[in-house]
Design a protein around this ligand. Structure first.
Ligand code: NAG
Ligand code: NAG
Ligand code: NAG
Ligand code: NAG
Ligand code: NAG
Length: 358
């Protein structure tokens, strides 16, 4: 009997130690895996941050790296965020001059067009009366902002809930929001470009209905227009202002300040941007970086294949190609990816997880 008890004790002791050793090995493997993964993530971030151009980059390989990066945890780095914010603030000051306001403009002064520097426009009585008093926010007054590009990468992304969860949502080019599961519906600021207005709404004075109907889905959003970039853009933008005012829509029409755009252009040029002109996406991503505590970018992915090499349409809502003549989307994407790698803002490329990050 005594031997039997002893035998049982020895057996269970052995079992216990086997289990413990096994457990320990598992934990150690897990630990080593996570150390290795963290190291890989760090190397990847360092590599991306030191890239200077997208020229001659193998896009398939680059996609693979972005895919790995998207699997790495993203953490806000306050040091980097504040550095970029402060630099943007001291160069460009979106909280004061993103748009032309009565506060940053004098009656009878002239505005210099940012894309045609020889062209000027006097702020006469009629224009003065179209201007809002101030920009509707101050530096860092917004908490979580979502900047929603129109890239085909948003198709089937399920990012809508996460986007709607933001405090402030910026969209572009009157992008439709009826695919709400992927892109959400909340809109606080939306842009339209003059050529889009000329083409889509040619007779606004007599027939404002179609534009008023398209705008009706955007609630109380501000409609931000490039009225003083190219000479041809001024008249369609003014027509939009008058048409929406006459129809008493909820949206206020405001105009980009050309000085802001000019300073922003110089800012990114100093950091390696070489295309003739920044995209509106890059402009407003910069604005968000200055005025928001947290910036999340969706729909920014300028390549024709997704991270798993499936074909993408140009936009999430159509397949009409953009003009690659004006903008350098891959180069802009690299700059944004670098901000992501530094922890200054968060890019979302591919499907959103169902639980939004707080
Ligand atoms: C932020 O980045 C800087 C510079 O790369 C680094 O020294 C610092 O440890 C980072 N801070 C956090 C909280 O990760
Ligand atoms: C930005 O504009 C605000 C409002 O006019 C002003 O108080 C602030 O000093 C400006 N900041 C810089 C860095 O110029
Ligand atoms: C602007 O110019 C007009 C005409 O030249 C003049 O009547 C008006 O007083 C000026 N307004 C201001 C605020 O200087
Ligand atoms: C969504 O909006 C776009 C543009 O406004 C329109 O062309 C399309 O028919 C709409 N789709 C649905 C399902 O309502
Ligand atoms: C999204 O899903 C639809 C329906 O399943 C499919 O036809 C389409 O190709 C998908 N788009 C992308 C970009 O995966």
């Amino acid at each position: 009997m005594r031997y039997l008890i002893l035998f049982i004790l020895v057996c269970s002791g052995t079992l216990l130690s086997i289990t413990l050793i096994d457990n320990y090995q598992h934990q150690r493997d897990g630990f080593l895996d996570s150390v290795q993964k963290r190291l890989q993530c760090r190397r990847l971030r360092e590599k991306l941050v030191t890239m200077t151009t997208m020229k001659k980059v193998d896009i398939a390989l680059f996609s693979q790296e972005v895919r790995e990066l998207m699997n790495c945890p993203w953490r806000l780095n306050l040091t980097h965020r504040e550095l970029h914010r402060t630099e943007l603030w001291s160069c460009c000051n979106a909280s004061d001059r993103l748009m032309v306001t009565r506060q940053n403009t004098n009656q009878n002064q002239s505005l210099t067009y940012d894309a045609e520097k020889w062209r000027k426009r006097k702020v006469d009585q009629a224009l003065w009366e179209m201007l809002p008093q101030t920009v509707p926010w101050s530096k860092g007054s917004l908490s979580r902002c979502a900047v929603v590009g129109s890239g085909g990468i948003l198709q089937n992304s399920s990012c809508g809930a996460e986007i709607d969860n933001a405090d402030y949502v910026i969209r572009f080019n009157l992008a439709p929001i009826n695919k709400s599961y992927d892109v959400g519906v909340k809109t606080d600021l939306i842009t339209a470009n003059p050529s889009q207005i000329n083409k889509g709404y040619p007779d606004l004075q007599r027939n404002p209905g179609p534009l008023v109907e398209v705008m009706s889905v955007y609630g109380h959003a501000h409609l931000l227009l490039h009225a003083f970039s190219f000479g041809f853009g001024t008249s369609p933008c003014f027509k939009v202002y008058h048409a929406l005012r006459k129809a008493c829509t909820q949206q206020k029409v405001v105009f980009f300040h050309p000085d802001y755009l000019l300073k922003l252009d110089k800012f990114w040029r100093r950091r390696g941007q070489r295309a003739p002109r920044l995209s509106t996406g890059m402009m407003l991503a910069s604005t968000a970086l200055e005025i928001c505590e947290q910036v999340h970018l969706y729909g920014f992915w300028p390549f024709p294949l997704d991270l798993s090499q499936n074909t993408l349409p140009h936009h999430y809502y159509d397949n009409v190609g953009p003009s690659h003549f004006m903008h350098a989307m891959p180069e802009e994407f690299l700059l944004l990816l670098q901000l992501h790698s530094q922890g200054a803002l968060q890019l979302h490329v591919g499907p959103c997880t169902l639980t939004p990050t707080p």
